[in-house]
Design a protein around this ligand. Structure first.
Ligand SMILES: [Zn+2]
Ligand SMILES: [Zn+2]
Length: 277
């Protein structure tokens, strides 16, 4: 499949603008200053989105029981107090919940008690180790590390039955330091199929995270993964840049739109926790 995608990264540079004439495209994964690792101002996010003809869903980090006490949490009331005035058809307010087995009920409470439009469920930590750092990979082969990571995703999407979309399934590829850090469908087909079947069975959605779509190997491997999701009956995906600064908003959406089209997947977003087509 790699051959099919060799030109896509740059070839479809202006597709967002073309598609925008008929569709609304939401970047559904954006962090601002309420996230521990971002100091983006919402005004700057809005300015960039307007220039790029994109709509936005703000999704701040809420990783309850993060090992460093108090990190990756935000005050939900302060968030809505500060951002409700910005809400519009083009700016929705969501959250990215860090899925970890010791915070299911606390996370559920946060989600049920807050008027979020959209809830991403993401795995950032495995065995209490942030995948961003090296500890998790120490003394593990790539096969062991990736299998463990995918097992944690599978377990957590069953427990966190209140999320809307599974975030960045290829998160581990950003930080793992193996010779080839790509998540290859054929190496983990059984567990990836289980994850997809669970998503489909429970009526959830999956995100295509666009962060790594400037890399040809990433495009090729993610294409295989999303193609399989489609083959198993998947119809819908959300698109998210995971921007932490305004320059990253909508990054690689042109490539993502083409992956979606080739996999026959419809791009959706969530408003008031309901899927919008
Ligand atoms: Zn994340
Ligand atoms: Zn994120």
């Amino acid at each position: 499949m790699q051959g099919d995608f060799s030109d896509i990264v740059c070839k479809y540079r202006y597709n967002i603008i073309i598609n925008r004439e008929v569709d609304i495209v939401f970047d559904t994964h954006v962090h601002t200053k309420f996230s521990t690792d971002s100091d983006m101002k919402i005004e700057d996010a809005l300015k960039t989105a307007k220039n790029d003809n994109l709509s936005l869903v703000i999704t701040e980090h809420m990783d309850i029981n993060y090992p460093e006490k108090g990190e990756f949490l935000f005050d939900v009331k302060d968030y809505f107090d500060a951002y409700s005035r910005f809400k519009s058809d083009d700016l929705l307010l969501g959250v990215e919940i860090g899925m970890k087995e010791d915070c299911v009920e606390q996370s559920r409470k946060v989600v049920y008690n807050s008027p979020f439009d959209y809830v991403i469920g993401s795995v950032h930590l495995v065995d209490d180790m942030d995948l961003y750092y090296g500890n998790f990979y120490k003394d593990k082969t790539k096969q062991d590390a990736y299998k463990k990571y995918l097992q944690v995703i599978l377990k957590n999407i069953k427990e966190f039955d209140f999320i809307d979309s599974l975030g960045h399934i290829d998160y581990i590829c950003r930080y793992a330091k193996y010779k080839n850090s790509e998540l290859k469908y054929s190496d983990f087909s059984d567990i990836l199929d289980e994850i997809f079947k669970n998503i489909l069975y429970t009526g959830k959605c999956i995100e295509l995270n666009t962060r790594r779509l400037n890399s040809k190997p990433a495009v090729s491997n993610l294409f295989s993964i999303y193609k399989r999701y489609s083959e198993l009956g998947g119809k819908y995906i959300t698109l998210g840049s995971d921007a932490h600064d305004h320059d990253s908003i909508g990054n690689n959406f042109d490539t993502a739109l083409n992956i979606a089209e080739k996999c026959n997947l419809k791009i959706v977003h969530f408003l008031d926790r309901k899927m919008e087509y």
